[in-house]
Ligand binder design. Structure first.
Ligand code: CP
Ligand code: NVA
Length: 302
């Protein structure tokens, strides 16, 4: 693994290796066992969109690994004034050991990797959120013991989360069902790939989607950058809500996951959110452990 641009680039074995290392680093952290595996290394973190979890977990993760992290807002970088990503990539490669970027277009992340000479990590694009899904898989495995044969149901917008969940879950032997309006399906190429490589169902019937699910996942109806569509989306997604009636279709011991931030009363009810808060905040915590695993794998031996 040279970069983490999208989960489609990883083999099943690489993904499971990352999850295994994430578990080990979590154990070391919980038991106060120091693990300064990136001493002297610096990660640059470029943010073109807001973030709470990604920013804090990457920054703290680098400190815990003995390295440093630089928060680079696109408002302050020359990239925000039009300096091409190709040049930014080549300059930052001279100073840093790795770059994490959160931006809009997947092509910007790919270009950063192409023109730079250091590992690049996708911290969310409109297309994918691979770091989140590694943490999600770690969480599902913690609660369910294994991934193979388990079913994940995603309710809502066929967005970056849905795209990455489909790939991550199918690659690790899970089945996936997506309950979404017909006009809001996940990426067409990902759907095609999933049908060829595993068990994916896409339906407008959320109860059918949730049938027998081990994990029920949801995300906001309007992602970052779609603020202008928020009102239209509220109408289009009415009913695509994880509530107690929907949970009755899932397995009785199903967990609920949400990448956060959550909009209570839209994609999830307050009741279901609070009933499953332990799972949701374990999931948020696992961002730290899963990303530290990615950082070690990409930066340790460079
Ligand atoms: N889930 C997630 O990526 O959260 P942030 O937007 O706060 O980083
Ligand atoms: N789909 C959401 C995920 C946030 C972590 C967004 O892109 O805003």
């Amino acid at each position: 693994m040279k970069h983490l641009l999208k989960l489609g680039d990883l083999t099943k074995e690489e993904m499971l290796e990352t999850l295994g290392l994430a578990d080990q680093l979590k154990f070391e952290r919980k038991n106060n066992i120091p693990h300064p595996r990136l001493a002297g290394k610096t990660l640059g973190m470029i943010f073109q969109k807001s973030s709470t979890r990604t920013r804090v977990s990457f920054e703290v993760g680098m400190y815990q690994l003995g390295g440093n992290a630089l928060f680079l807002s696109s408002r302050d970088l020359q990239i925000g004034r039009g300096e091409p990503v190709q040049d930014t990539a080549r300059v930052l490669s001279r100073y840093l050991d790795g770059i994490m970027i959160r931006t809009y277009k997947q092509s910007e992340v790919e270009d950063l990797a192409k023109y730079g000479s250091i590992p690049v990590i996708n911290g969310l694009t409109d297309y994918a959120h691979p770091c989140q899904v590694l943490a999600d898989l770690q969480t599902i495995r913690e609660y369910k013991g294994s991934l193979l044969g388990k079913k994940l149901c995603f309710i809502g917008d066929g967005n970056n989360m849905a795209n990455s969940l489909i790939v991550g879950c199918i690659k690790t032997g899970m089945s996936v069902s997506i309950g979404c309006p017909a006009a809001y399906k996940p990426d067409a190429d990902i759907i095609k790939w999933a049908h060829e490589n595993g068990d994916l169902t896409i339906t407008e019937d959320i109860y059918e989607a949730a049938q027998g699910a081990d994990a029920v996942y949801t995300d906001v109806w309007a992602s970052m950058g779609m603020e202008e569509e928020a009102e239209k989306r509220k109408r289009d997604f009415a009913g695509y809500c994880v509530d107690s009636k929907l949970m009755a279709s899932a397995k009785p011991d199903a967990i609920v996951l949400h990448c956060l931030p959550a909009h209570r009363g839209e994609e999830i009810t307050e009741e279901v959110f609070e009933q499953h808060a332990n799972e949701i905040f374990d999931e948020a915590e696992n961002r730290l452990h899963a990303q530290k695993a990615v950082l070690v794998q990409l930066l340790e031996d460079r």
